[in-house]
Design a protein around this ligand. Sequence first.
Ligand SMILES: Nc1ncnc2c1ncn2[C@@H]1O[C@H](COP(=O)(O)OP(=O)(O)OP(=O)(O)O)[C@@H](O)[C@H]1O
Length: 303
Amino acid sequence: MDTPVIHTEDLCLQYKRKMALDHLTLTIERGGIHAIVGANGAGKSSLFRVLLGFETPSAGSARLLGCASGGLTPDVRGRVGFVNEEHTLPGWMRVDELAAMQRRQYARWDDGRYRDVVHNFNVHADQKIAQLSRGERAGVNLALALAQGPELLILDEPTLGLDVVAKRAFLEALMQTSYDSGATIIYCSHQMEEIERVADNLVILERGQLRHQSEPAAFCARVRLWVAEFPFKAPDTRLLPGVLEARRIDEMTHLMVFDQDEGFDARLKLLGARSVHSMPVSLDRAVNGYLAKGHISTTPRAA
Ligand SMILES: Nc1ncnc2c1ncn2[C@@H]1O[C@H](COP(=O)(O)OP(=O)(O)OP(=O)(O)O)[C@@H](O)[C@H]1O
């Protein structure tokens, strides 16, 4: 079997009293688009910093393309592309000069791919990087990263601040590359609609720990919204299993519920529900409900 592109075991990164990564054991296999999601401060950027060798872990191990992150060789580094939200590129260089510099630097440089991707953005070769809009800079950054022919491409919030058109161009270029070149793409974002569209695998981190890993659709199928009418008194939702979120609107109780089957209907009726319906939810609502549970589990839920 292929070596995983990412493998961590009991990985910890501690800043004073804060655990940015807390015994994180995570394996990401080769190929496809993998989305890493989590609330602010969940440890996503910390994980990338450790994997790329910019931070030394407090405990545990991290491997990137089979190589220990603390000792990445130039060869391994050359096989990994990294794009972050800042799109930090040398502002004083012209777009064509920057592309020419990278062409010389990367043995696997693919000029056709660079042109295909950059073509999606309204960028002129003789423009200075500093003159580009944020979306155009993101497009150039992605084109450069993809043309390097990376085996592994790590994208940390790459579409932040992009408009709908630029975002679509960015995602299409990403999917095309994953399909054409077989590169593994790690995609970190808060934009669930993007993830729903592009990701083959969903990794949920919370407070530096792995909470979930599966196909996005498989995760979504485990979360449903139940709407029940309680004409007299709202039930104590703490008596119900799997409740992620509870909301009372007039006589209707709306419950976002994890991993419950049709038996949940009977439980609601036992508590006095007159009518009960259940429906699927979007990935956005499913992930946010799942993450919110960690924050409300110690407080009584709204009834
Ligand atoms: N240099 C640092 N010193 C102290 N604490 C830090 C440092 N860098 C990160 N942290 C803390 O580590 C935790 C994880 O931060 P990290 O940046 O990895 O989160 P994230 O998941 O990328 O968040 P976001 O989605 O907000 O970008 C946070 O609680 C953060 O406050």
